[in-house]
Design a protein around this ligand. Structure first.
Ligand code: SF4
Length: 213
């Protein structure tokens, strides 16, 4: 008998979310009726970002690299496998690189690291203690806590590594924004729900640093 493997959500980008990073002028120059249709075609690998004349080279490069990322769901049987809450440095970030806070579920960290590496994004990634819950489950179970983020920042000496105290939390954790800001005294930006869109979010907010600048 074949037992079907249960899979968990990884929140791949949807066309609406992706189109928010396009010019949204619906000019049609790409051959699609509007930016939303173009975004859908990009995600289905049926169009190249180069077809939009209003995207600069860095944005085209990011879109190219995001489109090809593996977006396979996570098997349920590895849920709650944890990693240590140790600061991960992706592509040798300097003190102007962004700080991304996430859960300490092994797969969440692996996927975020893969996204940053394959999009040539230089950043600090900080897993914080959520008992190994993924971000969505941690938020649901009230395990994505300001106190754990504060502790991880202290334990890893993050203040000494980053010049501007700005951190980015996952979009799913938006409700925790104020408590994190109050406890850490860091500016808190709410990133996208889909981790695959994080590099685009960083670029939009002037925080995207390409590796080996
Ligand atoms: S060319 Fe660019 S701005 Fe115009 S519809 Fe296509 S994606 Fe949107």
């Amino acid at each position: 008998m074949v037992v079907e493997q249960e899979m968990a959500e990884i929140y791949p980008p949807d066309p609406e979310d992706l189109s928010a990073y396009l010019p949204e002028t619906d000019c049609g120059a790409c051959g699609f009726p509007d930016c939303l249709a173009f975004a859908a075609a990009l995600l289905e690998k049926k169009a190249s970002p180069r077809k939009c004349p209003d995207l600069d080279d860095d944005l085209v490069g990011l879109l190219d690299s995001i489109i090809v990322l593996e977006k396979d769901p996570i098997p349920y049987n590895i849920m709650m496998e944890q990693v240590p809450c140790e600061l991960i440095q992706v592509h040798n970030p300097d003190d102007s690189a962004p700080l991304l806070v996430t859960a300490n579920f092994r797969e969440t960290v692996r996927i975020m690291q893969m996204i940053l590496e394959q999009t040539a994004t230089s950043a600090f990634l900080l897993p914080t203690y959520t008992h190994g819950y993924s971000v969505d489950n941690a938020v649901h179970e009230r395990m994505f806590k300001a106190i754990e983020i504060w502790k991880a920042i202290q334990d890893n000496g993050v203040n000494e590594k980053i010049a501007r105290p700005v951190l980015v939390i996952p979009g799913l954790a938006e409700a925790e924004k104020n408590s994190i800001r109050q406890l850490t005294r860091w500016e808190v930006l709410v990133g996208p729900v889909s981790g695959f869109l994080v590099p685009l979010f960083l670029m939009e907010n002037g925080l995207w640093l390409k590796k080996d600048r």
